[in-house]
Design a protein around this ligand. Structure first.
Ligand SMILES: *Cc1c(COP(=O)(O)O)cnc(C)c1O
Length: 393
């Protein structure tokens, strides 16, 4: 398996667990137990049950006829936007909360940037009656007031990170500090395929339900399990990892990852990590990240809060390096126009993140016989303020 994590937690050159010694016991406990728990019958039954009845899976695979007429081929949308809480993130938090319970943990901590992962975490903590503390940069708390209110309504405590740039990386530092101080009863619930091993593999496995369903649904609808192309946006990379997972070894499927170019990859206002990044260590993992000559992480920029991350998960760094994945990008403006277009053609308002994936349909070659799946990672309700401001509604 060329694209699976090895026993040391690496995907080729990337991954691993670069953590302070004080965190070692926590990470080791997780590493020693996660596969056995994930593969146990009890876990599988509970996880699949919640995905079906609570999240609303399987999410539909929808043939977008008018979008296909415009770009050619048969373009299907994997409708993660129809999940409970409006995006793919819930697939992961439902799985990790069950894992935390099996490990006997009583207290859940998380960090969040835009607040989407915080909401998905607070949701499952309410469901399972577990204490929930979400670290969030002070600036992000101001920028993302509706999600802060949601987390509070769900019973979570939102703790501001007041150091540094007061954004996501500072919230991450606070969460790690908390975990070091509370090693026994606390579970750190990470929201994407990032962080020290085993988190990238854990989150990939939990999101892989997306490609598992795609295979079945494509077989039913087209007679073939494999599409010609799969397109997904990449922030940390969890929706893309989930959409790619069961196709990684199928070389006939082209995997297209789309990063946020922001104002443009050469403007300094960007989150296109594989274009602008270099190898380094972020969040306990060796991967590609945007950093200055002194190894200080540079602040990323994208209009889409979910893609505004200075790294990519180690699996994606590996897919990029080995060329198994094709990495493209879309600017703020291109994503906004793609969101408008999908809305008018199909009556679906996508999340701004997902709109980046849609925006590359105009940049790739498409044959009339092609089957293409775009992973529609989330719905656009949360982005209405931005659409109103930028598109003038
Ligand atoms: C958080 C988010 C993303 C980006 O996260 P990944 O881990 O890269 O998937 C993409 N789309 C939506 C709708 C999100 O909420």
């Amino acid at each position: 398996m060329k694209y699976s994590v090895d026993k040391n937690g690496f995907y080729g050159d990337f991954g691993g667990a670069f953590i302070p010694e004080l965190l070692y016991p926590n990470v080791k406990e997780l590493e020693d137990n996660y596969i056995d728990i994930l593969e146990s019958e009890e876990f599988i039954t509970e996880y699949k049950g919640l995905l079906k009845d609570y999240v609303g899976r399987p999410s539909p695979l929808y043939l977008a006829k008018r979008l296909s007429a415009k770009y050619g081929g048969n373009i299907y949308l994997k409708r993660e936007d129809l999940n409970h809480t409006g995006a793919h993130k819930i697939n992961n938090t439902v799985g990790q909360i069950l894992l935390a319970k099996k490990l006997g943990k009583k207290r859940i901590i998380a960090e969040t940037g835009a607040g989407q992962h915080g909401v998905a975490t607070a949701t499952v903590c309410a469901l399972m009656d577990l204490e929930c503390i979400v670290y969030m940069g002070e600036i992000d708390i101001e920028r993302q007031a509706p999600n802060v209110a949601r987390m509070k309504m769900l019973g979570a405590e939102v703790r501001p990170a007041t150091s540094g740039s007061k954004t996501l990386k500072d919230a991450t530092n606070e969460a790690i500090r908390d975990w070091i101080n509370n090693p026994l009863d606390t579970y750190y619930l990470i929201g994407s395929v990032v962080g020290p091993h085993p988190y990238p593999d854990l989150v990939t496995r939990l999101q892989s339900v997306i490609s598992e369903e795609m295979k079945k649904q494509l077989k039913e609808k087209t007679g073939k399990e494999n599409p010609d192309k799969i397109i997904a946006c990449v922030g940390g990379g969890s929706n893309a990892a989930g959409a790619f997972y069961h196709f990684l070894e199928d070389d006939d499927v082209e995997l297209i990852a789309v990063e946020a170019a922001g104002m443009g990859v050469d403007t300094g206002e960007t989150a296109a990590t594989t274009k602008m990044g270099t190898p380094g260590i972020i969040h306990g993992s060796k991967t590609l990240l945007m950093q200055d000559e002194f190894g200080q992480i540079t602040e990323p920029y994208s209009i889409s809060a979910g893609l505004d991350y200075p790294g990519v998960g180690p699996l994606h760094a590996h897919l990029f390096k080995t060329k198994r994945g094709r990495f493209l990008n879309a600017t703020d403006r291109e994503a906004l126009e793609a969101a408008r277009e999908l809305t008018l053609l199909e009556g679906i308002i996508p999340a701004l993140e997902s709109a980046h994936a849609l925006a590359v349909l105009s940049k790739i070659e498409i044959n009339d016989s092609d089957t293409i799946v775009v992973n529609l990672s989330g719905r656009g309700d949360k982005d209405m303020d931005t659409f109103q401001r930028e598109l003038g509604y």
